[in-house]
Write a protein that binds this ligand. Sequence first.
Ligand code: CDV
Length: 348
Amino acid sequence: MTAHSAHGAYHRPRELWVGAAQLGPIARDESRADVVDRLLLLLRQGAEYGCELVVFPELALTSFFPRWILDGGGNGPISGDTTELDSFYEVEMPSTSTQRLFDEAKRLAVGFCLGYAELTPPDADGVRHRYNTYVLVDRDGEITAKYRKVHIPGHEAYEPWRQFQHLERRYFEESPDGFGVHNAFGGRIGMAICNDRRWPETYRVMGLQGVEMVLIGYNTPLNYAPDPSQNPLQAFHNHLVMQAGAYQNGTWVIGVAKGGVEEGVESLAQTSIIAPSGQIVAQATTIGDELITARCDLDMCERYKKTLFDFDRYRRPEMYSVITDPTTKSLVETAARERPDFDRHDHD
Ligand code: CDV
């Protein structure tokens, strides 16, 4: 297919066929082998539909285990017997159980993006780190980029008042690496995980690196315990942030859910593929395993990056310094103190 440029020349559009592979629930006792079977089905379906890249959600190999206290508990860091907790992490990637996925990707020449819990080997100080991680695997079945979740929501210690826990801040460290953008699949590809999608900085940091497609997996419970008034707005907020992030940075966004009722917790589905215009071009209709696909014209990004969102021409970074100023937090607290009616809550 050819396209006509503003100067009359013809060029081949950079098209990337993408599959967003939504998952339904994964049971606490579901084996890695069974989960990988489900992922393989979706990968093969992607190949049949002509996809070059299939995107899986956050923590796609296990149940969303931060809903349980799985170690000795308490207010401090992880303690006690971590055998069960560790069983939810991968100590290598590919691992024995995920190797089949890498082999099949190579055979089919379909890349993928996979979310999992990463337990690193000991560092120079003998410390093993825990991250909520995404890997991008190319069409040869090789890992081409890794991303570790930057914004870790939830809480650090067991909170008995909750219907279920959200102990991500106990089980995962914040990424020390930040948001990279990678030359892959013929474009500029970035990754983010779940809570990251709610923060405009996520998209802008990648937008400034010329990102053309952001891959985002999520596990979003419909019941948000700290403020249940947000519960009926979960689907709205999900699309609101991803559509805004796409439009304001002239990038495709692939939002992929693990939805449905997992171990009694109802989670948002609504996997979607969003164009640089902010429009949703494909959306899942179920809350289970489902592949949606779209042909993504990466050149469409320029229509936004070179006009309304021509960063070099129109941005005013000198006006935004407060965003990266580490004293921002105290500014917020000062403002809060000035409002006598302001009730402070801990949020997650
Ligand atoms: N997995 C997540 O990061 N979930 C959060 C919930 C806890 C609010 C989210 O932002 O969807």
